[in-house]
Design a protein around this ligand. Structure first.
Ligand code: SAM
Length: 215
């Protein structure tokens, strides 16, 4: 079976992102460019640009394109940020963050996923990403504070170490709720205060760790 991935990608941007209100030109441009199908195993290639999450092994998923776009847009990246990502998964979201910020620090608790993502992202030429196999609920102290933090797994509550590692005027996007459904929360640090708003409902795999869910 052969696929015209460029056409699938163009359609994904138009029918799933623009039509649902994603406006940030930089987000639309990178999602129109990054070969999402390479982040998915060959047998599922045909589903890469569909409007739903796709399994990536280890009972984990690559998020639905619209959710990736919504979360990325909400980070308001301009290009000079130090960005922390929790939940590398396939590395697809990592590639997007690497295109839109200056440096990306990404943490994944499942080693095999991290190593696959590291290999692919290096093959694709990204040289501004640091990887770590670790419990991301603890953040990455050595490189804090971060201008942007993206959490791509569902947390039981706002994760304290991540809040502490958010820079002044920094933005964090994190799904918070129970194990089965969450709300996407945007947190902005204003000095000692935190502004919070909801971006709507979502459904993520669990954030497992010291400040997350038990395994
Ligand atoms: N952003 C990914 C992508 O584009 O493929 C999708 C991520 S998937 C929905 C969530 C990931 O978070 C899983 O790979 C899971 O192993 C990881 N995860 C869960 N708890 C974690 C933790 N405490 N630290 C780091 N990664 C974690």
């Amino acid at each position: 079976m052969s696929h015209d991935f460029n056409l699938s990608r163009e359609r994904m941007v138009k029918n799933q992102l623009v039509s649902r209100g994603i406006k940030d030109e930089r987000v639309l441009r990178v999602m129109g460019k990054i070969p999402r199908h390479l982040f998915i195993e060959d047998a599922l290639y045909g589903e890469a640009y569909n409007d739903h999450p796709v399994p990536i092994g280890e009972k984990q998923t690559i998020s639905q394109p619209y959710i990736v776009a919504l979360m990325t847009e909400a980070l308001e990246l301009k290009g000079d940020e130090n960005t922390l990502e929790i939940g590398t998964g396939s590395g697809y979201q990592t590639a997007i963050l690497a295109e839109l910020s200056s440096r990306v620090y990404t943490i994944e608790r499942i080693k095999s996923l991290l190593e696959n993502a590291r290999k692919l992202l290096s093959q694709l030429g990204y040289d501004n990403i640091l990887f770590k196999a670790f419990d991301g609920t603890l953040g990455w102290k050595e490189y804090a504070p971060f201008d942007a933090i993206m959490v791509t797994a569902g947390a039981p509550h706002l994760t304290k170490p991540l809040i502490d590692q958010l820079a002044d005027n920094g933005r964090m996007i994190i799904p918070v709720g129970d194990r089965y459904s969450q709300e996407l929360i945007k947190v902005i640090r204003k000095g000692k205060d935190l502004e919070q708003k909801s971006l709507g409902g979502c459904r993520f795999v669990n954030l497992i760790g010291v400040h997350g869910w038990p395994d």
